[in-house]
Design a protein around this ligand. Structure first.
Ligand SMILES: Cc1ncc(COP(=O)(O)OP(=O)(O)O)c(N)n1
Ligand SMILES: Cc1ncsc1CCOP(=O)(O)O
Ligand SMILES: [Mg+2]
Length: 219
């Protein structure tokens, strides 16, 4: 499973309906990673999560569940993304197994990344780098942290207000994956936006691939 390119964040919180047509368009564009993020104050939406599992599996894309490793386990997702207040990485690793993908939010703190890796995280995520309508209160981060993070030996994710106009900057700064919600799901053409973002990884400004790979059969 490739660890380079677009990491689409399906944010059920800010979408008026379940927008599965948008998901299909984004996956059809070859997007390798999808996150299910749902901050609604409701019980976990197993039906929607399973619909995302079926769609990602059909195209060989990774499915990551935000915040909730139990939901990830129950629907057979590839992994979970945990923020600093989302519970123990070690517990999630125990529950999901050695091949699960576990991401950790680091804001702009390299030490959080080191601690996350020590606890069992598979990738480290930094941001927000630009203004975000999806999570406006996320603390800002400077692009330089991405270059530092590359020395830590796991894939580096950039998030927060990333779009087709600014993604080249985070890729040049060191991101292996660009995590994008609004600029994909609220684009006039989600498929075209996904293709344009993906193409930026092939430009001369992009850093050389780190060569990370998460093998199949994850959970
Ligand atoms: C890839 C990725 N990076 C960061 C986040 C943010 O996680 P968190 O800090 O826990 O905030 P919420 O998304 O849960 O509000 C993420 N979801 N994905
Ligand atoms: C979940 C999250 N964490 C930091 S910014 C952000 C939102 C990402 O969405 P967008 O790409 O619309 O800014
Ligand atoms: Mg969280």
């Amino acid at each position: 499973m490739t660890v380079r390119g677009v990491y689409a964040i399906y944010d059920r919180t800010t979408l008026a309906d379940d927008a599965l047509d948008r998901v299909d368009a984004i996956l059809d564009a070859g997007t390798p990673w999808l996150q299910y993020r749902d901050k609604r104050d409701t019980a976990p939406d197993h039906a929607l999560a399973k619909a995302l599992r079926e769609r990602t599996r059909a195209v060989g894309a990774a499915l990551i569940v935000n915040d909730d490793w139990r939901l990830a386990r129950d629907i057979g997702a590839d992994g979970v993304h945990l923020g600093q207040s989302d519970g123990s990485i070690a517990q999630a690793r125990m529950a999901l197994g050695p091949k699960a993908i576990i991401g950790v939010s680091c804001s702009d703190r390299i030490q959080r990344a080191r601690d996350g890796i020590a606890a069992g995280a598979s990738y480290i995520s930094f941001g927000r780098f630009f203004d975000s309508r999806t999570k406006p209160d996320a603390p800002p981060a400077a692009l330089t942290v991405l270059g530092e993070a590359r020395a830590l030996g796991v894939p580096v994710v950039a998030i927060g207000g990333i779009d087709t106009h600014n993604a080249a900057d985070v890729i040049a700064a060191g991101a292996d994956l660009v995590a994008v919600s609004g600029a994909l799901f609220h684009a006039p053409n989600s498929s075209e936006a996904a293709r344009q973002l993906a193409a930026l990884f092939d430009t001369q400004h992009a850093r050389a691939p780190q060569g990370h790979d998460f093998s199949g059969d994850l959970l």
